[in-house]
Design a protein around this ligand. Structure first.
Ligand code: S3P
Length: 774
């Protein structure tokens, strides 16, 4: 077999595997396939397994007795049932005493319990050998025995290593090398902690699976029970097909931790039983919803990946050029308002019903965080949510760090809320979010008396927040002069101000989106706005109600530009939010001569909305007024596409903030534009783009004729840098491209615009979503 890790050097002279069950034989096979040892020998009580392994060429020698084969080994791997380990230690000691083994020989095991293994070693050896390293690969399968072995069993699995005070560091390092060479990730852990964790995550589920099968099997009508047992039973009890002897041993070996896990389980079971008896629908829904979301959440959190659809990781768009779009479409809900609906709905008294909620990963991160803090939230179901508010002092500490995924808004706004809570919290995010600046909220929160640390490398997340119970006093209102026009910073401080003594005032250098202010007012909390000064008094309450989230103008922007740059196009986008603090995109496109009109203007849940119709336009390059920058802060990537199609130069200044969004949007867009043949120059705080105009050349076409627009972009490969808006912007470019465009890393589109490609195809674009992991 070809080694998959063939750069690994030979690590051992002779490895001796004691026990050729699933784990022992799989590890032996992995060692063999990866060429990690000069010789491989094994001991097993079952003669046919040993004979077969020799016949297969897996082993150089094998026996039923250790002393026959062990001489010269520099690694012993004990892979026998837990309760047989002590006898193996006795054999190993005898081999050492006979001079068959060097004293620094590494001795490890693969058993599922650790404290009792160490105890067993202590009872055999007068002093624990320096080469003794207890370990446990968290890998396995319900199949057991030599025949079930798989060399790749450990790939992408974790191996826990217990570093004892007596163990030499070279033995630990060497064993780590071995596990990494067979594809595993090594984690150090204290033995008692290991046993407690495994009791909950492995031993208890196995015990319950065996128990449920036993329960069904002992019914009189068991045949019928099994005949009609559906997927749930099959899935839940898969692990009850595991080796009974092994589990028998483990249950006794880890008795104390398992009994405590079982007792805790009993309490939870009783709670659920009582909720059913009491017909407590709200609490039961809360519990089930929390559990369902947590189940999904843990997977993402451990992998540091986005929330929904992990299968879409490493996805790309393959786009065939098209040249026109038309139709009437509805864009998904506003991301900023969706976040805030969860936050204020959770803190309110009473029930809040939300419609039009954006089921994108960013807003789902906020949703999960509040569930983690004990809020009962039903949904989302087609954009509908029911939030059972817990009141201003009803949040509970989360048992785990709050995971914000890719969402800067979740992290920064939550930092404000959490800085005021009685309990401690930790906020973390995915790799991209953990690189974004957090001191912009942490520093002013500290001015209010918050105890908050940005524990990342450079003022970045994870954020660690100390609760007010520990600090001993509430936050203090301050007047804060914001250096950047950031709605996230403003909102963070206003939210913290809800609990602060006195008045919290934020002064913004330019107007930024005001959804927090509007929604606070809608929940009955007074906010004073005086020009660029926004103030709030601490100590009030919020009252739950209904929130209708309008369509997101930031998502609509992709379709506005799509229609404006392509020929013979006309798109109507229904009931889009046109809050004046968000309409910079409309103002800028109008300055560029775009044909945009608004109709059916009305108000939905305190926010103005309208249908937006946009047609093919003879766009002109402009100098973008700086006051419009905060009002179109998220729309610049797609505006750069518009500028490339405009006649003449477009100059953006005063937009340094773009460098600290989900990616450095100035650098990343410039790279992509240049790949597609656009002449552009990066400046410190903006970008200069030489537009190619209707004729695709940059000539001085002065007619308003837009039905003969020529390509302005070539084809090519674009990297989104895992930034949703970069990916969608370059997809729009395909409407004026001469050749296909491939965009790598589009899975993050789900953060703000699930269904983007489908909607784009519906209006006439041609995007094929390719998932390299499918
Ligand atoms: C947002 C504010 C903006 C924006 C982000 C959402 C919000 O960030 O870029 O997508 O919901 O408050 P800044 O306030 O940091 O500019």
């Amino acid at each position: 077999m070809q080694s998959s890790f063939d750069k690994t050097p030979l690590l051992f002279k002779q490895v001796c595997v004691i026990g050729l069950g699933l784990i022992g034989a799989s590890l032996a096979q992995a060692i063999k396939d990866n060429g990690l040892s000069e010789r491989l020998v094994a001991v097993d009580r079952h003669v046919p397994s040993v004979d077969e392994a020799i016949k297969h060429g897996l082993l150089d020698a094998g026996s039923t007795r250790l002393t026959d084969v062990v001489a010269g080994s520099d690694l012993l791997i004990i892979a026998v049932p837990v309760q047989a380990v002590q006898a193996v230690f006795t054999d190993i000691k005898a081999a050492m005493d006979n001079g068959q083994l060097a004293t620094d020989c590494i001795i490890t095991d693969v058993c599922s319990t650790k404290v009792n293994i160490i105890e067993a070693a202590k009872s055999v050896f007068a002093a624990l050998p320096t080469g003794f390293v207890p370990a446990h690969p968290i890998a396995g399968a319900e199949n057991s025995g030599y025949h079930a072995r798989r060399a790749n069993l450990f790939v992408n699995h974790s191996v826990i290593i217990c570093e004892l005070a007596t163990t030499s560091s070279s033995a630990i390092a060497k064993l780590q090398q071995l596990w990494e060479a067979v594809g595993a990730t090594v984690m150090p852990m204290a033995a008692d902690h290991h046993d407690a964790i495994l009791a909950h995550t492995s031993h208890l589920p196995h015990l319950l699976a065996f128990n449920l099968v036993e329960q069904l099997a002992s019914h009189d009508d068991n045949l019928d029970m099994f005949r009609y047992a559906a997927g749930g039973f099959r899935d839940f009890t898969r692990i009850a097909a595991s080796d009974p002897k092994m589990w028998h041993d483990i249950f006794f070996a880890n008795e104390r931790a398992i009994i405590s896990a079982l007792d805790e389980y009993g309490v939870y079971l009783q709670t659920m039983r009582q909720l059913i008896i009491d017909k407590d629908s709200t609490a039961l829904m809360g519990l089930l919803g929390r559990a369902q979301a947590a189940r999904r959440h843990f997977g993402h959190m451990l992998a540091s990946t986005p929330y929904t659809d992990t299968s879409a990781m490493s996805a790309s768009y393959n786009i065939t050029p098209s040249n026109t779009v038309s139709g009437t479409i509805t864009i998904p809900g506003d991301k900023s308002i969706s976040h805030r609906s969860i936050m204020l709905g959770s803190l309110a008294t009473g029930v809040t019903n939300v419609t039009g909620f954006l089921e994108g990963e960013d807003a789902l991160a906020t949703l999960q965080a509040f569930r983690d803090m004990g809020v009962s939230i039903e949904g989302p179901d087609k954009g509908r949510l029911t939030i059972h508010g817990v009141g201003m002092n009803g949040l509970k500490p989360s048992k785990t760090p709050l995971y914000m995924g890719n969402s800067g808004t979740s992290m920064r706004l939550l930092a404000g809320i959490l800085a005021a809570q009685s309990f401690d919290s930790v906020l973390t995010g995915d790799t991209s979010l953990n690189k974004r600046p957090m001191e912009r909220v942490a520093a002013p929160l500290r001015d209010m008396g918050a105890v908050i640390q940005s524990t990342g490398h450079d003022g970045t997340a994870p954020l660690s927040i100390t609760g007010r119970d520990t600090v001993g006093q509430p936050l203090q209102g301050v007047e804060y002069d914001m250096p950047v026009a950031s709605a996230q910073v403003k909102s963070c401080l206003l939210l913290a101000g809800l609990w602060a003594n006195g008045t919290t005032t934020v002064i913004q250098p330019e107007v930024s989106r005001d959804h927090t202010e509007r929604m606070l007012s809608a929940f009955g909390y007074p906010v004073t706005v005086d020009g660029n000064r926004v103030s709030i008094e601490g100590g009030g309450t919020l009252t739950g109600g209904d929130i209708a989230v309008p369509a997101d103008i930031s998502s609509a922007a992709f379709f506005m530009v799509a229609a404006a740059i392509s020929q013979g196009s006309e798109l109507t986008l229904t009931q889009v939010g046109i809050n004046p603090t968000r309409t910079g995109i409309i103002d800028i496109l109008k300055l560029m001569n775009a044909d945009i009109s608004l109709s059916n203007e009305t108000h939905v849940g305190g926010e103005p909305v309208a249908d937006i119709t946009i047609r093919s336009s003879n766009l002109q390059g402009i100098d973008i007024p700086e006051y419009l920058v905060p009002l179109a802060i998220d729309e610049f990537p797609v505006l750069f596409i518009a500028a490339s199609c405009a006649q003449g130069r477009t100059v953006l200044t005063g937009a340094k903030e773009l460098r600290v969004k989900e990616s450095d949007r100035i650098a990343v867009m410039a790279d992509g534009l240049q790949t597609l043949g656009i002449d552009c120059t990066v400046t410190e705080d903006g970008l200069i783009i030489e537009g190619k105009g209707i004729e695709g050349k940059g000539s001085n076409a002065d007619s308003n004729e837009v039905n003969n627009s020529q390509p302005v972009f070539g084809g090519g490969h674009i990297t989104s840098h895992h930034d949703h808006r970069i990916a969608m912007s370059f997809a729009v470019a395909s409407l004026r491209a001469s050749k296909p465009i491939t965009i790598e890393g589009v899975e993050t589109v789900n953060t703000s615009f699930p269904g983007f490609a489908e909607l784009a195809n519906q209006v006439g674009m041609s995007i094929e979503v390719h998932d390299s992991r499918a």
